[in-house]
Write a new protein. Structure first.
Length: 261
């Protein structure tokens, strides 16, 4: 908390996920009204996540600035290269820094944690280049510790599934459009509406590769459910629907990165 108090004022890059929600609450406790949440509204940010972020800030009476961000117009995003996240993150944070300056906030901070340092995250380069603070990483807090602290504080996000931008659902090299992003979002919403928790719908052209927890395999493969799933996904625009036998795992699209080097 002392680390945050030393900032005097801060704009928090806020997605409503486990890390950014904890950071926002910590900043509120440390800085009070000298804290503002800033969220980018875009096609790559699921509507459910935006609604939850809005509610989180509203319940805590934290000033919340939402700005529209057309990510598909960012150079280096739509072509979907392996460093796509760098180009997108840099532009989002650049705009957040401008907003922070207009609001009189001395710093922009974001929610990377200690565990993120070992993952492939090209967006981290943009964070460093723009001088954005990462307080949770700076005090070496892990995801597990953040969840534990969030639970102790009574935050509803303590048990929330780790999220990721919808662009992470696409195989590298496949062009990304707003329409495709909405397609992936609606596919995941369909599964969540039917009780699936940890999941991803990965998009490979007109093929949907579904990742769910292994304990959900049997339910996903039930004949009646399987038929309804295939029909629903075809209506969304997928020609083929598959269930990944390895199950849900974060960053599965990064498994093919060696082919790009």
């Amino acid at each position: 908390m002392a680390h945050l108090e030393s900032l005097e004022s801060a704009a928090v890059a806020f997605s409503g996920g486990v890390d950014s929600a904890f950071l926002l609450e910590a900043a509120r406790r440390a800085l009070g009204e000298k804290t503002v949440a800033v969220t980018a509204r875009s096609a790559a940010f699921p509507g459910r996540e935006l609604a939850e972020a809005i509610e989180f800030a509203r319940e805590r009476e934290i000033r919340h600035i939402i700005f529209d961000f057309p990510e598909t117009e960012v150079e280096g995003f739509a072509a979907n290269p392996p460093d796509r996240c760098y180009h997108c993150k840099r532009e989002i944070l650049r705009q957040m820094r401008e907003i922070a300056a207009k609001e009189g906030m001395a710093h922009v901070i974001e929610g990377s944690n200690a565990d993120d340092e070992g993952d492939y995250r090209p967006g981290a380069k943009a964070i460093r280049e723009l001088g954005i603070g990462s307080p949770l990483q700076e005090v070496n807090l892990t995801k597990r510790e953040i969840r534990e602290l969030s639970r102790a504080w009574g935050l509803p996000t303590w048990s929330k599934q780790s999220g990721a931008c919808l662009a992470s659902r696409f195989v590298y090299g496949e062009p990304i459009t707003r329409e495709k992003l909405h397609m992936a979002e609606k596919a995941e919403d369909w599964l969540r509406d039917r009780g699936f928790g940890k999941l991803r719908v990965r998009v490979h052209g007109n093929l949907a590769r579904i990742e769910v927890d292994r304990e959900d395999f049997a339910r996903a493969a039930e004949p009646g459910f399987r038929e309804a799933l295939a029909l629903a996904f075809r209506k969304l625009g997928f020609a083929y629907v598959t269930l990944d036998v390895e199950g849900y795992r974060m960053g599965s699209m990064n498994e093919v990165l060696k082919s790009w080097t």
